[in-house]
Design a protein around this ligand. Sequence first.
Ligand code: G3P
Ligand code: CA
Length: 268
Amino acid sequence: MHFIDLFEKPNLIAAHRGDRSHFPENTLASLRGAVGKCDFVEMDVWLTKERVPVILHDETLGRTSDVETFEAFRERLPWRVEDFTLEELKRLDVGSWFYEKDPFGLIREGRVVPPPKNERIQKIPTLEEVLIFSKRHGIFLNLEIKDMHHYASDEEVLETVFDAIEKTGTASILLISSFHSDYLPLCKRLDSGIPTALLQKRRIRNLPELLKRVEADGWHPSRKIVDPATVRMLRDAGYFINVFVVNDPEERKKFFKWGVNGIFTDLL
Ligand code: G3P
Ligand code: CA
């Protein structure tokens, strides 16, 4: 089965950054945690200083790691991913913050039981590690490629990501999305069989023209910009639509009624 075949099924559920309400986001723990609870998993991709693709959401390391405890990294504030080598990133713990901050309040409610301290540690996964894990466990994966045009050329970003895809033989389990629309046609040049989607937070007037120009197969809008007429128009034109981030069950029902294919949620 190919990722695109998922769209034959209605009402798809995507795990946003893995099962991030039960485990630290964008880690192998949150990827493993999402197995059996969703139709596909979404994760975010950045490149390290030496251009290795890694999985992390923020452009900087402060929120989800213990980078501030490293004396050697003090002068690198604001701790941008692009300023760290893979070896340096792998020294960080991106797991323990979750149990200290309890971002979804599930620990307070007793619905998440923190493991012993030494088992809370998680490492930033490389894209390759996530692809291998996903292939092994039959997980369909939406890779969101973060906008890195300020420090790497579009070609370099895509070639690096596609090297990992080719090396791991994972093209069939993937959907690629980005807010940086210029990445999407390049994806098609590198492997036309991988579905692509344009991410959007703001409404634009010429959406159908833009989707066509960037050769997208789908649209991934914020829940704040979706309306039933646009859903109908794009679905009739053959695009799939997955909406982010929908945590309210009533809102989820509303979007499915309008005809969207799927929703990204934090609450599995
Ligand atoms: O891919 C959907 C969603 O993840 C986009 O927003 O900020 O959570 O990466 P963000
Ligand atoms: Ca994302």
